[in-house]
Ligand binder design. Structure first.
Ligand SMILES: Cc1cc2nc3c(=O)[nH]c(=O)nc-3n(C[C@H](O)[C@H](O)[C@H](O)COP(=O)(O)OP(=O)(O)OC[C@H]3O[C@@H](n4cnc5c(N)ncnc54)[C@H](O)[C@@H]3O)c2cc1C
Length: 337
């Protein structure tokens, strides 16, 4: 074996993990069925935001660490990350205290009622990391290439296929984990965005709701990513023209500023992973890992990363978070995965 680790997957989790390992001195290979620009990661909005997943202490720590990382990345526009003014609104009156998960949001303050768009009862303004995923993924690929790591396009049928290549295998396959390790806990949630040319918007807009459809738009340098919809358990990634029509002008008939200014449109859709456990290998992945070790009669750590539905902005979105996790996994490799 000439490598220390094989990372399977080249979405934001796989690329981030590989960079962390490489920058920590590991010899790493990245294997992926699809290149970064064809992954779910490429379709994300992508907004950093607080996580309400359990275990709360851990997900809060990861999210806060990601905030530090993205704030640093935003100093270089070439990364595709910027600290954007944000307006977040709700049709419901403001609830009591700010939940602890939201207290780390920079510049968080209530939005005066007179600034709220029609139909909304409450809102807040803040400054939040906004990630242009196409450019961010390119940035991650370039960092890897600089370290001498190219992405090898290949589909892995079983973790045992990767086991001979390196002592550590990191499973960053997103929804692919369902087939790769027979992990039925992994479920898709379909989302669709409509892309508009950016007519000059700077502030992002997000409706907070438990409904399956909402209004949001995320302005990047040259385009605005408009949403949104969520359809649990839909695997098909084909954009739905009816959904496009509902996003534009937008649900409940409110026209986005971008649309009002007659911006040109394209649309994309993708299924993204929906996970309840936030991070770490699922129970099924731990079993597979143990079976693999037993079969090979030696300790064969297999690390699984599960991102949940906000995976672009948490592990694996925050490189140092993954760095710490990967190093810890490596240290603990002999003790199980
Ligand atoms: C419409 C939409 C909007 C979103 N908005 C946000 C947002 O604003 N903020 C946020 O934080 N998150 C957002 N998300 C969620 C986010 O996109 C995902 O959580 C994240 O991209 C998951 O990244 P990943 O690297 O784990 O998986 P993926 O991006 O799916 O990458 C998986 C990789 O594994 C590879 N792979 C899979 N199976 C195999 C195999 N058997 N062999 C080899 N390779 C394999 C794939 O080819 C791919 O390279 C959004 C998702 C969607 C769909």
């Amino acid at each position: 074996m000439t490598n220390d680790a094989v990372v399977i997957g080249a979405g934001v989790s796989g690329l981030t993990t590989a960079i962390c390992l490489v920058e920590a001195g590991w010899a790493v290979q990245v294997w992926a069925a699809e290149p970064p620009r064809a992954t779910t990661s490429a379709v994300a909005g992508a907004l950093w935001g607080p996580s309400f997943l359990e275990p709360m202490a851990k997900t809060m720590a990861w999210t806060n660490r990601s905030l530090v990382d993205f704030t640093e990345l935003a100093e270089d526009p070439a990364t595709g990350v910027r600290m954007a003014p944000a307006l977040s609104v709700s049709a419901m009156p403001a609830a009591g205290d700010t939940p602890p998960q939201a207290r780390s949001i920079p510049d968080l303050r209530p939005c005066p009622p007179e600034d709220l768009p029609d139909g909304f009862a409450s809102g807040f303004r803040a400054t939040m990391p906004l990630i242009d995923m196409s450019r961010y993924l390119d940035h991650l690929v370039a960092r890897l290439a600089k370290a001498g790591v190219e992405i090898e396009l290949r589909t892995v049928r079983s973790l045992a296929d990767a086991a001979p290549a390196a002592p550590v295998v990191v499973n960053c396959t997103g929804l692919g984990a369902r087939d790769l390790v027979g992990d039925t806990e992994v479920r898709p949630v379909f989302g669709q965005h409509v892309m508009l040319a950016n007519p000059g918007l700077d502030e992002l807009f997000m409706e907070l709701t438990a409904a399956a459809e909402w209004t949001s738009y995320f302005p990047h340098r040259d385009r605005v990513v408009c949403g949104g919809i969520t359809v649990p358990d839909r695997w098909d990634r084909t954009p739905d023209p009816d959904v496009t029509d509902r996003i534009l002008p937008c649900p409940r008939g409110r026209a986005t500023p971008a649309r009002r200014r007659g911006a040109r449109r394209r649309h994309r859709a993708a299924a993204g992973p929906l996970g309840g456990a936030g991070g770490g290998p699922t129970a099924r992945q731990r079993v597979v890992c143990a079976q693999l070790r037993a079969r090979r009669h030696r300790r064969q750590p297999v690390v699984g990363l599960r991102t949940g539905s906000g995976g672009a902005s948490r592990p694996g979105g925050g490189a140092p978070v993954i760095d710490r996790r990967a190093r810890r996994f490596a240290r603990e490799a002999g003790a199980g995965c």
